[in-house]
Write a protein that binds this ligand. Structure first.
Ligand code: LMR
Length: 343
């Protein structure tokens, strides 16, 4: 690209925009997990598609594993324009002043992926993204990881087993209340520090989808895992608003198309990645994997469900009610005989 055109690009991009010496628009996409996780793979898929669909006008640089920034810092970096794109977990929007995102942390709220997707992709998702506007951030889409499992060095079958355990959580007040409801002591900590903290006994345990657990080698430092599916971990892909709005319209629409495809890929791969990771954890034999019985699950639910009411005023009763209604609707559809099915 000619120097003059490159200069025009930089001017057109405004605050938060970066063009390199070759005049390409650079999108720095920072994240905290390993490249072979659902988020890591989808970020790479987005890079390939974005560069192809913009015919090389855009270059996406993906920085995995907290290489550039840790949890909290990455959000500040996005707001200041030091990076252009992130996909933080939905549990990390509270410190930014968007506590409503903690809806997704409420324990045992979402029975299945279908309910989650309808909530994210519908009115609730729109309302949540609207909250980001005043913070200089634009929400593009939601990505999955999956349901979380508990781990520690102690078997966790009954609620009483959590008594006194120091459990690492993400920066969400709902997750703090969840751990307290089980009798554990929650400790907020950046994802990049969890392995060492577990190894050194700074914390006793944590909760994560199995793909995160395995790719961070947490199975080396956690003797027990309980398949509890007690909560969900997903992501919002977000961009610096000024950068996004400053893009030429054709570039923005090519990136939107790339993101749509990357999202479909991400959602298809997430569950499979968690299933594969669980098989690897079992094969590694360093962690005993326990499946909750129905009675134990009922006991966990009894302890955890009051957290919904506790956070009604923070998250909004309307958002919580909407999630309940969607779950009930999905359950009705699943129970109804398939249309056209012969008797
Ligand atoms: C965590 O901090 O446990 C997760 O949010 C990491 C991630 O991005 O999946």
């Amino acid at each position: 690209m000619q120097l003059r055109t490159a200069v025009m690009f930089v001017l057109a991009l405004g605050v938060g925009g970066v063009a390199n010496a070759a005049g390409e628009i650079v999108i720095k996409f920072s994240h905290v997990v390993a490249p072979d996780t659902p988020k890591g793979q989808a970020a790479e898929r987005f890079k390939q598609l974005a560069e192809k669909y913009t015919k090389g006008k855009v270059k996406v640089e993906v920085y995995p594993n907290s290489q550039l920034y840790k949890d909290r810092e990455e959000i500040e970096a996005l707001q200041s324009g030091a990076v252009q794109m992130l996909a933080p977990s939905l549990s990390k929007f509270g410190p930014m002043g968007a506590r409503e995102f903690e809806l997704f942390d409420l324990p045992y709220l979402f029975p299945d992926q279908e309910t989650l997707h309808r909530v994210m992709d519908g009115e609730v998702g729109k309302k949540l993204f609207a909250k980001l506007d005043s913070k200089g951030v634009t929400g593009l889409t939601f990505w999955d990881n999956g349901f979380k499992q508990m781990s520690s060095n102690r078997p966790m079958h009954n609620v009483a087993d959590f008594s006194g355990l120091k459990m690492r959580i993400q920066s969400s007040k709902v997750l703090g209340a969840e751990m307290k409801a089980l009798g554990a002591n929650p400790q907020v900590m950046a994802f990049s520090e969890v392995y060492t903290a577990l190894q050194q006994g700074v914390v006793d345990g944590t909760e994560n989808p199995v793909s995160n657990f395995y790719t961070q080698k947490m199975n080396e430092v956690q003797k027990h895992m309980t398949i509890s599916n007690h909560g969900y971990l997903g992501y919002a892909v977000i961009v610096n608003k000024k950068f996004w709005e400053g893009l030429p319209a054709d570039v923005r629409s090519a990136l939107t198309a790339a993101m749509k495809e990357a999202t479909a890929f991400e959602r298809e791969t997430a569950q499979k990645d968690n299933d594969d990771a669980l098989a690897k954890v079992i094969a590694a034999k360093t962690t005993t994997v326990y499946q909750l019985t129905a009675a134990e699950r009922a006991e966990w639910q009894k302890a955890l469900l009051p957290v919904h009411k506790e956070f009604e005023s923070v998250i909004g009763a309307d958002l919580i009610q909407s999630a309940y209604a969607t779950a009930a609707q999905v359950a009705r559809e699943q129970a109804a005989p398939k249309a056209g099915k012969k008797k």
